[in-house]
Unconditional design. Structure first.
Lengths: 264, 305
């Protein structure tokens, strides 16, 4: 699919809760070829500033009418802090859509497992699955404020469940508890898609493997280019044959390709 | 004002480049990765990712760390190896209408020579850039770049096995870069390119561990430009062979500084990672500057000092 490096106008920048932002830009060309699970590299620096030097990779969260796309992101450092200060009307340079996204499976129930801001890469996928098959959504976070866009997901399926570690929303506990309950009820084949913190995805993968359920994961990594030039975003392969590159072969992988015992 | 459009072509040994703007090794893959985001045909040349005799997996992650105006990396020379390069990558590159320079690296003098030999008859390869300066691997690479005698031995061995123009890429991680430059020049190098990355490190104070799995990495980006420029200036005045400037070039102004320091050409590296079409922008800016200042030949840019 074609990709573009274009100046995009900021339509909206909303702080949903403290430190979590929803950025909406106008980028019709990118929207046109974007698929679920793909990401973009966003320039966060002002004009000719050389600091921060690198763009930031963000999942495409939502696509809207009139060529608008949204990114859901958390302020985690200098780059995302600068991005959060950008205002409607300003231009942000965006390269995308990038990477290999989720591969859709139509013949079985699909279980989406999202942890924290990992949900940012799952919404487009959820919307796509809803069109053609059975959709189960399981979300988890430390507390309710860490997932400020629940309605985007809960409106898509009745089979929507949430867990928070402090019990401030949904079931008290981990999203993997929800997954265990769901897997008990599943008869026959299923497909798992997951994105979230590494330990969560690792636990999800092992649960999936125990039940012989295929699992696709969306990984995150520090990136410089996002397009396979620098080879910086390496993740060890499970077959010990070197490394996967999150930007090029990913960010979505079959979970059994990844060496989950490697700690970052 | 001069009405003729300025002459941007330059000569590196027997190699004629249509303009002095090249893509640096390790930041442009094997070309195909960014061909839809940048018009490769317009550039002076492309220097593909360093190739070793056998495929290399590279270093474990984390491999990258951003620093103020800079980037630390320890990729560890991950590459497909010479045989797969010749079979899978070179055919595509032959269709690109720009000079193709292949960056090579080895663990021994013999390995460098062996790769050079395999490239010698390869259709579409216009020159070889010899990497004796990677700071991220334990053997080879920088071991040759920091020892003037070893650098000369590699140069000599590569020159003996190939008729292609040979560019030696120098490391800045030495006390006196002119000493290495003089040695490789007298060993027969057709040109010198510099600088490779500067050895550096960062520590993650949250995890209390080095930020890179390899502990040390190579620093690139705008942060290193003044050092690179100073070294290019020194080497230009120490040797009689052409010098190619590398180090933090991300704007036309940056490139013009290197050309004024006496570099015949420049390589765009880290800037391509951030904006893939930087090299085109740099080229356009050089052309505009020449027109505005009535400079007919790009080679006339060098300052006399």
């Amino acid at each position: 699919m074609p990709r573009f490096d274009i100046p995009a106008r900021i339509i909206e920048q909303i702080q949903l809760v403290h430190g979590i932002f929803l950025l909406t830009v106008k980028a019709p060309a990118i929207l046109e070829s974007a698929g679920p699970g793909q990401f973009c590299m966003l320039e966060v620096k002002y004009h000719n500033s050389r600091d921060p030097l690198l763009r930031r990779p963000l999942s495409i969260y939502k696509t809207l009418a009139n060529g608008r796309i949204s990114f859901l992101y958390k302020e985690v450092g200098k780059g995302t802090r600068l991005l959060s200060k950008r205002c409607p009307g300003e231009i942000v340079r965006i390269l995308g859509p990038l990477g290999q996204g989720f591969r859709l499976v139509r013949d079985r129930p699909c279980i989406l497992v999202g942890g924290g801001l990992g949900i940012a890469s799952l919404l487009l996928l959820a919307e796509r699955i809803k069109q053609s098959g059975k959709l189960i959504i399981l979300l988890g976070a430390g507390n309710a404020s860490e997932i400020p866009t629940i309605e985007d997901f809960s409106r898509l399926t009745r089979d929507f469940h949430i867990a928070t570690e402090d019990g401030s929303l949904g079931q008290k506990g981990m999203v993997t508890d929800l997954l265990a309950q769901t897997l008990q009820k599943i008869k026959g084949m299923a497909q798992i898609y997951t994105c979230g913190p590494w330990p969560m995805m690792k636990a999800v993968y092992y649960m999936a493997r125990n039940k012989n359920i295929p699992c696709q994961v969306s990984l995150e990594a520090t990136m410089a280019c996002g397009i396979g030039l620098c080879l910086g975003c390496a993740v060890p392969r499970s077959d010990s044959q070197g490394f996967l590159h999150v930007c090029r072969e990913g960010p979505v992988f079959d979970a059994d390709q990844v060496n989950w015992e490697y700690s970052q | 004002m001069i009405n003729k459009s300025p002459n941007l072509s330059i000569k590196i040994g027997s190699l004629i480049l249509k303009n002095p703007v090249l893509l640096a090794s390790g930041t442009c893959g094997y070309g195909a990765e960014l061909s839809d985001l940048l018009d490769l045909d317009r550039l002076g040349g492309i220097i593909v990712k360093g190739i070793s005799i056998r495929p290399r997996a590279g270093n474990p992650p984390p491999r990258l760390m951003e620093t103020p105006c800079g980037l630390l990396n320890s990729i560890g020379l991950e590459n497909v190896g010479i045989d797969i390069f010749l079979r899978d990558k070179l055919p595509w590159l032959r269709n690109v209408k720009t000079s193709l320079i292949v960056n090579i690296l080895g663990n021994s003098v013999e390995e460098y020579a062996e790769i050079a030999k395999k490239l010698d008859g390869a259709e579409g390869v216009n020159a070889i850039e010899v990497n004796i300066s990677c700071p991220n691997v334990k053997t080879g690479g920088i071991a040759f770049g920091t020892d003037p005698e070893a650098a000369a031995n590699v140069t000599h061995a590569v020159k003996k096995t190939t008729g292609l123009p040979v560019i030696i890429k120098l490391s800045p991680n030495v006390t006196d870069i002119t000493e290495v430059a003089r040695k490789v020049a007298s060993a027969g190098a057709d040109a010198i390119s510099l600088i490779n990355t500067l050895l550096g490190m960062a520590i993650d104070i949250k995890s209390r561990r080095p930020a890179l799995a390899n502990v040390f990495g190579g620093l690139s980006g705008p942060a290193i430009k003044p050092i690179a420029l100073r070294m290019v200036w020194q080497v230009v005045r120490a040797v009689d062979i052409p010098v190619i400037g590398i180090g933090g070039i991300s704007t036309p102004d940056d490139a013009l500084e290197f050309l004024m320091a006496g570099a015949k050409a420049v390589e765009i590296g880290t800037a391509t990672l951030i904006r893939p079409d930087t090299a085109e922008d740099v080229l356009a800016g050089i052309r505009d500057y020449m027109k505005a200042n009535s400079i007919q030949n790009v080679e006339d840019m060098r300052l006399s000092a």
